[in-house]
Design a protein around this ligand. Structure first.
Ligand code: NAD
Length: 362
């Protein structure tokens, strides 16, 4: 019997409500797969500041490093907004990511058929089912390169940031994209600016070399400006979209907005193979609705599906969760954030979790 050791960081605001529903769903699907889960709860964000004086206490670090995977809710809230930047709850997230060396960020942007109306794109452009996986490099590039300010020879103030990628960094993120693509169509669109940037030329060359080593993978290169245009012109041409840190920052927000609903979007941040990744919804702690029982738990439940897929290769179980979510939506159930005019099946957080569990039993 497989035993999963999962660290659970519920965090602040709606975090505890949505993570509890995800745990319920994972328990249900794992029971069906004959898999046991050991949950280890730890503190992060504002509630960790209140208990331990730090948004990422040493004990949390130890628990996360020892786990197979980390399931995270969200951090932040009004109570901690006046603290200095270094002591804010959000600092806990950055500390978590860097302590686990999470260099790959995976964000699926998936438009479920019943939610097509929520997308800002026209229905004919969206097609039947939009399903894009953005694979973004997370720990290199211009956000981490040398930067500074100076006064130039003409006495004018100037500032600079530097994009640096080494082959190893490119190779490892390319491998993550290829691994993901093998479970999908095998088609990767790799985004760069190789007509201008030297770092992009190394990116393109290295991705090509890696792709040649793996059968079943095709790589198409696309300039980042064109990729932005194509995402809104013809999003159906994308399956796995591989990008550097800054290009991915911009394009992943664009891609996620195509789905139109923040409460539906999961994510995975991965480090070295065999080391724990972090699985979390892309939204924040929604303090405006915390404690009301109306938060949408589906992004967190779908993050749980990603956890099973990328940590334990339980592809069947992950797909069953995704299918259950889709069926619940097809049956007309909506949390308040998704409810369209005239919808009479509005349910709360717990009921939505129950509906997904019931669907797994069906
Ligand atoms: P937010 O994502 O928390 O909320 C934006 C809007 O979306 C709000 O109206 C909220 O009610 C709604 N919303 C978000 N998730 C929802 C869900 N699951 N169901 C229904 N509605 C949902 O962003 P914000 O308001 O800018 O930030 C609130 C706090 O969250 C801040 O402290 C911010 O720093 C923090 N934050 C944390 C993370 C994280 O933990 N990864 C990410 C973003 C923001």
């Amino acid at each position: 019997m497989t035993v999963c050791n999962i660290a659970v960081l519920k965090g602040d605001g709606i975090g505890p409500e949505i993570v509890t529903e995800c745990q319920k769903v994972l328990e249900k699907v794992c029971e069906q797969e004959n898999v046991t889960i050991n949950w280890e709860e730890a503190h992060i964000g504002g509630e960790a500041i209140d208990c331990f004086g730090s948004p990422y206490p040493e004990e949390t670090l130890q628990i996360c490093q020892a786990a197979d995977a980390v399931l995270l809710g969200a951090v932040g809230g009004y109570k901690w907004e006046t603290l200095p930047g270094e002591q804010r709850p959000e600092k806990g997230l950055l500390a978590l990511r860097s302590s686990l060396n999470l260099y790959a960020n995976l964000r699926p942007a998936l438009v479920y058929k019943p939610l097509k109306a929520a997308s800002p794109l026209r229905s004919d452009i969206l097609g039947d089912r939009l399903d894009i996986l953005v694979v973004r490099e997370l720990t290199g590039g211009i956000y981490f390169g040398p930067r500074g300010k100076r006064v130039n020879a003409q006495g004018i103030e100037e500032a600079y940031d530097t994009e640096i990628y080494n082959k190893e960094e490119i190779r490892r993120i390319a491998k993550v994209a290829m691994q993901a693509a093998l479970g999908r169509s095998g088609k990767i669109i790799s985004v760069d600016k190789d007509n201008v940037l030297e770092s992009s030329r190394l990116w393109r060359q290295t991705v090509k070399e890696e792709a040649e080593k793996v059968s079943g993978i095709t790589v198409q290169n696309m300039y980042v400006d064109n990729a932005a245009m194509q995402l809104v012109r013809n999003p159906g041409q994308f399956d796995v979209l591989l990008t550097s840190n800054m290009f991915g920052d911009i394009l992943s927000d664009l891609a996620s907005m195509l789905t139109g609903s923040i409460g539906m979007l999961p994510s995975a941040s991965l480090g070295e193979p065999g080391k724990p990744g972090v699985f979390e919804p892309i939204h924040g702690s929604a303090p405006d609705i915390a404690g009301k029982g109306i938060a949408n738990p589906l992004a967190t439940i779908l993050s749980g599906a990603m956890l099973l897929r990328y940590t334990y290769q339980l592809e069947g179980a992950a797909k069953r969760i995704e299918k259950a979510v889709e069926t619940v939506l097809e049956n007309g159930y909506r949390t308040a954030d998704l409810a369209e005019a005239g919808c009479n099946k509005i349910v709360g957080t717990v009921e939505m979790g129950n509906l997904v569990c019931a669907q797994l039993d069906a």
